[in-house]
Design a protein around this ligand. Structure first.
Ligand code: M6R
Length: 602
């Protein structure tokens, strides 16, 4: 949560900072601010609200500083007000900070600093750090002052500092929150994520936990929190800025929904099998799989449990990242933990992986972001190649993760010899047909938009499904809640009669996932039960199903596909239904209220 950026350039940096912050706005949008160093003094502007509000404040001003830092906030400590907006400054006005994360022991440090006569102007945890650095600066140079401060902090942080007495110097530090250096020709960047500076450079250094970086004009030095010099690796980002632009779409979410055929094609065409073959023995002996994730990624875990159990005949569980370490499942050397995360920065998922590693368990990540924290903590990563996902609501990452985990389930089954080569080939061929099938589903958008128009005023939706499509029902409901702010519940269809059926009436539509699979007849009965009580049913059904057309009020068709892969196709109409409902309700599609894309706090 929160996006931070810093830049040293030969030219004024305020526009670069604002542009970078816009690309980080998915990380939080409660307040924003920048500061530049101009003629030896800080010049800053900050405000509650979005980057657009900050731009409005800046529009008649000319900022000339060549070094600056900026912040876009997702509030944790203190309300989303101007006074709690970053940057923060030391008492003497010589140090500025932007921070992403949570300082858990801030109260204790704040009390100590108050005793030393430091004055605090905000309610935030972040402000203590700049005063702490100010204190150390009395006796130490900036790099050491930051390093010593880091050693006193508990929690998670990525932060960037600048100093009036050291023009052209930026210092960054990280612990459990991402921080990337961008090495341009005439400018250097520090940011929470690559899109912040991608239009200027593709050369990046992913900082590791407990590292401090000093950037001075064109020089860069990395040390650990104890001051030991560290080597770093320069990587080249493979995607370009267009992938992180709207390119004419009204919203990133719609663009990302439409990018799904390509995202899946890239993901499944990557030679993951060769990565897995290198440690085939590990997989051969796996006798239990524990999938761990949060939010949408947890729905991927829930659906994938079925594929793994069915194909590889290994018991599998899907556990929420936020629950894992408080109730760890039995873990041993033959357990495989799979952490699923688009960002690779979700604090609860990371904490679960750390807990599993403490038990000596082999951990694998399914992740979309190269160099993210998760990928550094696990034993092996399989990447989804969905490209940058900007909209807070996850869409293309979800279907790419599902496709990749299905591919993995097939591999695991092969390693454990629970499927024949013929079945394996058949499944792999079917996975390859997914992009074309998704294109067919996308062509149903008109009927979905009409359906959204018809129910845009209802206050509640029920989503029902069975087996792997119970996960789809939960995901459909999450998408609806998240972006349209309409209450929605995902439920096992067979559970309706155990309680939720009491809610059903003409104003509480049910989205029912009813495919020609082994639970088809059961689903039809559940739908009849809803219809018999005056309920409205929006069915997502297999193309050409005449029965459902006779019963349901609306039918959205998807092409025939094997049961295991159906979750992937089902996702698309559910995403579009939530999207059009939210558009018709006039919601902020890409930046829903109270949320942020990467949840880096526990
Ligand atoms: O980056 P991650 O996949 O770890 O994120 C997990 C969740 O925060 C995320 O899926 C969230 O639920 C989405 N906003 C849902 O659309």
């Amino acid at each position: 949560m929160c996006g931070i950026i810093g830049c040293i350039s030969k030219k004024p940096v305020s526009d670069i900072l604002i542009d970078g912050l816009k690309r980080l706005e998915y990380r939080g949008y409660d307040s924003a601010g920048i500061v530049v160093l101009e003629n030896g003094v800080f010049r800053s502007e900050k405000t509650a609200g979005k980057i657009a509000d900050l731009e409005e404040l800046l529009k008649d001003q000319v900022f000339l500083g060549n070094t600056g830092i900026g912040h876009t906030r997702w509030a944790t400590h203190g309300t989303p007000s101007t006074c709690n907006a970053h940057p923060f400054f030391s008492c003497d006005g010589s140090v500025a900070i932007v921070h992403n994360g949570i300082i858990e022991n801030y109260q204790e440090i704040r009390n100590e600093l108050i005793k030393k006569k430091h004055r605090f102007l905000s309610e935030t945890d972040s402000e203590v750090v700049v005063h702490l650095v100010e204190d150390y600066l009395k006796t130490h140079e900036p790099l050491k002052a930051v390093r010593l401060s880091c050693n006193k902090l508990e929690g998670s942080f990525a932060m960037v500092f600048m100093f009036t007495d050291y023009p052209g110097l930026l210092i960054g530090a990280r612990l459990y929150s991402p921080l990337v250096v961008g090495l341009g020709k005439k400018q250097t960047f520090l940011a929470s994520d690559v899109p912040a500076f991608l239009r200027h450079t593709k050369k990046v250094v992913y900082l590791k936990d407990k590292e401090v970086v000093q950037i001075n004009k064109c020089q860069m030095k990395v040390v650990d929190f104890r001051g030991k010099k560290k080597d770093y690796q320069i990587d080249r980002v493979k995607w370009d800025i267009q992938s992180a632009e709207k390119e004419g779409y009204a919203h990133f979410m719609l663009k990302e929904i439409e990018e799904q055929p390509e995202a899946i094609r890239r993901t499944v065409n990557y030679p993951h099998y060769s990565t897995l073959e290198r440690i085939r023995n590990k997989f051969k002996d796996v006798h239990r799989v524990v999938l761990v994730a949060c939010g949408t990624a947890w729905h991927v875990a829930l659906a994938s449990k079925y594929a793994i159990e069915e194909l590889a005949r290994v018991p599998a569980d899907a556990i929420l990242g936020s629950e894992f370490r408080y109730a760890p499942p039995p873990l041993d050397k033959n357990t495989l933990v799979i952490a699923v995360s688009q960002s690779g920065e979700t604090a609860d998922t990371l904490a679960a992986v750390r807990c599993a590693k403490e038990h000596g368990t082999f951990c694998m990540a399914i992740c979309n972001v190269v160099g993210s924290s998760l990928t550094r903590e696990v034993d092996i990563t399989l990447y989804t190649y969905a490209g940058p996902e900007i909209s807070v609501a996850s869409t293309k990452a979800y279907t790419a993760q599902l496709s990749l985990l299905t591919l993995f389930a097939v591999y695991l089954a092969k390693a454990k010899k629970t499927i024949s080569p013929k079945v394996e080939r058949g499944l792999l061929n079917q996975i390859k047909t997914l992009p074309d099938k998704i294109k067919q589903v996308l062509s149903e958008r008109d009927v979905i938009e009409k359906c959204a128009e018809a129910y845009k005023r209802v206050n509640n939706f029920m989503y029902i499904g069975r087996r792997n499509n119970l996960a789809s029902a939960c995901e459909g409901a999450l998408k609806m809640k998240e972006i349209s702010y309409t209450h929605a519940e995902g439920y096992g269809a067979g559970e309706m009669k155990h309680g939720p059926l009491a809610l059903v009436d003409g104003s509480f539509p049910t989205v029912a996932i009813v495919l020609k699979d082994r639970v088809y007849v059961k689903m039809l009965s559940n739908i009849q039960e809803i219809k018999a009580r005056g309920g409205v049913v929006i069915a997502i059904a297999t193309k050409g199903d005449k029965n459902i057309k006779r019963i349901a009020d609306w039918v959205i068709e998807i092409p025939n596909v094997s049961e295991i892969l159906s979750t992937i196709l089902i996702a698309v109409p559910l995403q579009l239904l939530a999207y059009y409902t939210a558009v018709k309700k006039g919601r902020e599609i890409d930046q829903p209220r109270n949320l942020a894309k990467s949840v880096t706090v526990e």
